[in-house]
Design a protein around this ligand. Structure first.
Ligand SMILES: [Zn+2]
Length: 246
């Protein structure tokens, strides 16, 4: 059974950006794993990290990331994928103090890259047949750090589908910056008509994220419809037969 590994920055990015493709791969007989990098529960959050939780209506004593991991379990089930959680803290727990910092350049004090690269390398030690990864469109620093980690340890022969980060890709230009455009433009574009219904169902499982990202589940549905069923990638290396509709 061929193996596909999606490397998601946050608990929702893979489903949001290429859930239809992941579901189609699973239906075509692939073993699909979604490994999410930034999933650590941090007790007694404070400052911006706490604000990110409170503004979603979740009191301070709620384990926000435990809630999100449970959402991920359900989303993966709806895609036919297996979840895998790397235990790294999100940017608000690493010194990024406000929303602007999240979308600014990586900070010197942010020492996540070496351990993150190490963890990605460990996943590559038994290489999948296909890697799916973020292009960091939008420029969120967690996405940027994960692309840097992937680039640092990526085996030369491993085929990659670099996904178009949704919903950032659907937003105005200033919010859809492409920090790795120069590297990505070296690879041909590929469009895959995924299973749109499975993508919507999986995305809807991330209930804590729907309000601020889309204004609720109806907004999610409208945004996905507006984006269309085709999921766009940059394709690196010699692709194995995907066995999904071209
Ligand atoms: Zn994200």
């Amino acid at each position: 059974m061929p193996r596909a590994l999606a490397l998601s920055p946050h608990l929702d990015d893979a489903a949001f950006s290429c859930g239809g493709t992941l579901a189609a791969l699973a239906q075509a007989g692939w073993e699909v794993t979604i490994a999410t990098a930034f999933t650590r529960s941090v007790s007694n959050p404070s400052g911006f990290a706490l604000a990110c939780q409170l503004d979603k209506g979740l009191p301070a004593e709620v384990d926000y990331m435990a809630l999100r991991r449970a959402e991920d379990t359900e989303a993966c089930a709806r895609l036919g994928a297996q979840p895998l959680w790397l235990d790294f803290p999100e940017a608000p727990h690493r010194g990024y103090a406000d929303a602007r910092a999240l979308f600014g350049p990586p900070q010197e004090a942010d020492a996540i890259l070496p351990p993150l690269s190490h963890a990605v390398a460990a996943l590559m030690a038994n290489p999948p047949d296909l890697l799916l990864a973020s292009q960091a469109i939008g420029g969120h620093v967690d996405h940027v750090r994960l692309v840097e980690a992937v680039q640092a340890v990526l085996p030369a022969a491993l085929p990659v589908l670099w996904w178009t980060d949704f919903p950032y890709s659907a937003r105005p230009l200033r919010e859809s910056v492409q920090p790795f455009a120069a590297a990505m433009e070296a690879w041909p574009e590929r469009s895959i008509p995924g299973d749109a219904a499975a993508r919507l169902a999986a995305c809807a499982a991330y209930a804590t994220q729907l309000g601020f990202q889309f204004g609720g589940e109806d907004g999610l549905r409208r945004a996905l419809e507006a984006a269309g069923p085709a999921e766009r990638f940059r394709e690196r290396g010699a692709m194995p037969p995907l066995r999904v509709a071209a």
